[in-house]
Design a protein around this ligand. Structure first.
Ligand code: SAM
Ligand code: SF4
Length: 538
């Protein structure tokens, strides 16, 4: 269900490199390489000193934070980590070593949500685990009927899990569920996993320090589940995981109400951050040494400056691009409805704005787009593509697609396939439609069987892979500027990203290149990446 298919560049905002990065639901995570030792902690010590009067800062307490899902979740986790570090917590890499265990969750597709409950099953306290195990054995339940982790018949892996659970429980952990599953399931999580003590949706992250303080003060269960907050989650302390690319959320939530999507329920209404505050953070990032920033939002180009300045998104892009020290500005995800000529003009006039636009289409059929409530037709979408194709600077275009939406006919699917041919995307992230709770499409007739969704996904993947192979072949012989963000274990092998977000693996005899901008000549092309050799520095 909901299998994502990464047939192109890595998941847009990650810095994954084939052979180094690790894929997970919907994406590629930043690779762990030497440069990760160079983690930057924005204003950490300053903020620690000022930390929350009246709230006890626990000495030597530890937290473990695991993130599922998209780059917005990754970045939220960076901010959550910043908040906890400022309260005196220390981050650890194993849940066994942590006092507080947090999962920042994703519920965009069913599989992602299930993963979280299976993680929570691993943390089931031992008495609860024994009780459930005995109960299930008595009831004779089969493994397949289980919702969370504990079996009718225990195998060695599960026994090992219980031993691990015993260790976890004896240490008296605080277990928290954050993000989209938290918002979606709410207090129901306490019923399904009574050992969880904190449930907090992303719209309530500002309350996190207060919620944690309540737990520290002895409260058994706390929740932050408001969705109507008009605030954005700003924190002075963001513990940044990616040493090369700094993420900034400029708009949170979504008002678009696509009929298949949980985001409006889990992330609340759209709230934009004031332009002055965004620009101030970009200046700080540049001072800290970041040269690449990525502006984030579920619909980043629907940005509406809440301050008197009323900057348009394209003006904000230009202003960020002009900050001294910034060499690359990225933005994701753009919604076709709010994508206009002004954004293309900003890209044309500011070389620092990357020549890459991710413009999810979802389907090539106007009938399906209508059923999805996407607010544009195929023709209107193609007009936006034409704007980019007419730009004075080539712009790399990528997209998201859903196959097997209820009622999608063979003809609708054909239209999606020929949209691929017409647009010639540089990368496509394709998903099988996954029915989600509360969404209007859940009740739509003519569901497409799972095998048929898989068949369509495979056909789409093949078609797009061929398009990418041919497109990338044309780049052989060209030279690109690459920001180096990966070093292979193999000698003289490096990797990085072009402005268009293509992954380039290249050779160079240099001793140290991480974080540098270099010129790479392409010598070979694959459907998902380029191979080349360094020919100079920039
Ligand atoms: N806001 C972005 C937009 O409007 O395109 C998309 C954000 S969503 C986190 C990322 C992608 O997940 C979507 O573009 C869509 O392709 C996919 N997606 C969302 N809901 C889905 C569902 N119920 N089943 C399958 N894929 C889904
Ligand atoms: Fe979901 Fe549509 Fe909003 Fe994107 S625009 S987050 S797909 S509701």
């Amino acid at each position: 269900m909901g299998k994502s298919f990464d047939i192109g560049l890595e998941r847009l905002t990650g810095i994954g490199v084939p052979g180094i990065g690790e894929t997970q639901e919907g994406g590629v995570k930043p690779p762990l390489h030497d440069a990760m030792a160079d983690l930057r902690v924005g204003h950490y010590s300053e903020a620690t000193e000022r930390a929350q009067p009246g709230m006890a800062v626990p000495q030597g307490e530890t937290f473990y934070l695991e993130t599922f899902g998209c780059q917005m979740n990754d970045h939220d986790s960076e901010k959550v980590a910043g908040v906890l570090l400022a309260r005196g917590y220390r981050q650890v890499e194993q849940p066994e070593a942590a006092k507080v265990i947090l999962y920042n969750t994703c519920s965009i597709r069913e599989k992602a949500a299930q993963k979280v409950f299976s993680r929570l099953g691993e943390l089931r306290p031992v008495e609860e685990s024994e009780r459930k195990w005995i109960e299930e054995r008595e009831l004779g339940l089969k493994r397949a009927d289980r919702e969370i982790g504990v079996p009718g018949e225990e195998d060695s892996e599960q026994r090992a899990g219980r031993v691990k659970t015993r260790r976890l429980q004896s240490a008296g952990k605080i277990i928290g569920v954050l993000g989209c599953v938290a918002q979606q399931e709410g207090e129901g999580i306490f019923e399904r996993a009574p050992w969880v003590s904190l449930v907090c949706g992303s719209a309530s992250y500002r309350k996190l320090p207060q919620l944690i303080a309540e737990l520290e003060a002895g409260n058994r269960r706390v929740t932050g589940l408001d969705t109507d907050t008009d605030e954005t989650f700003e924190t002075e302390i963001t513990r940044r995981d990616n040493p090369f690319r700094a993420y900034l959320t400029i708009i949170e939530g979504c008002d678009k109400a696509c009929s298949y999507c949980v985001v409006p329920f889990t992330r609340g209404p759209e709230r934009s951050r004031a332009s002055a505050s965004i620009l101030e953070e970009v200046r700080q990032l540049a001072e800290e040494g970041y040269s690449e920033v990525q502006l984030l939002g579920q619909t980043v180009n629907s940005y509406a400056d809440p301050s008197a300045r009323k900057m348009r998104f394209s003006e904000l892009l230009a202003a960020v691009a002009e900050v001294r020290g910034i060499r690359r500005v990225r933005f994701t995800t753009s919604h076709p409805r709010d994508f206009g000529k002004d954004i293309v003009e900003a890209i044309e006039t500011h070389p620092t704005i990357c020549d890459h636009v991710h413009l999810p289409v979802q389907s090539g059929s106007t009938a399906v787009l209508r059923a999805m409530a996407r607010t544009y037709s195929r023709e209107e979408y193609l007009e936006k593509i034409a704007l980019m194709k007419a730009a004075r600077r080539p712009i790399s275009i990528t997209t998201d697609m859903i196959v097997g939406f209820p009622g999608e006919t063979e003809k609708d699917f054909e239209e999606t396939l020929n949209l691929l041919d017409e647009v010639q995307y540089d990368s496509v992230f394709a998903f099988k439609y996954s029915p989600r709770p509360n969404t209007p499409s859940l009740k739509m007739p003519d569901a497409i069987p799972e095998e048929e969704k898989s068949r369509r996904l495979a056909i789409l993947m093949d078609r797009q892979r061929e398009i990418q192979r041919v497109r990338n072949e044309r780049l052989v012989g060209e030279t690109f500027e690459v920001l180096v963000d990966g070093k292979s274990r193999r000698e003289s092998q490096w990797s990085g990203h072009t402005s268009s977000n293509r992954v380039v693996n290249f050779t160079s005899p240099e001793q140290e290149l991480l974080g540098d901008y270099v010129q790479v000549k392409v010598t070979m092309a694959m459907p998902n990446s380029l191979v080349g050799e360094m020919v100079g520095r920039t």
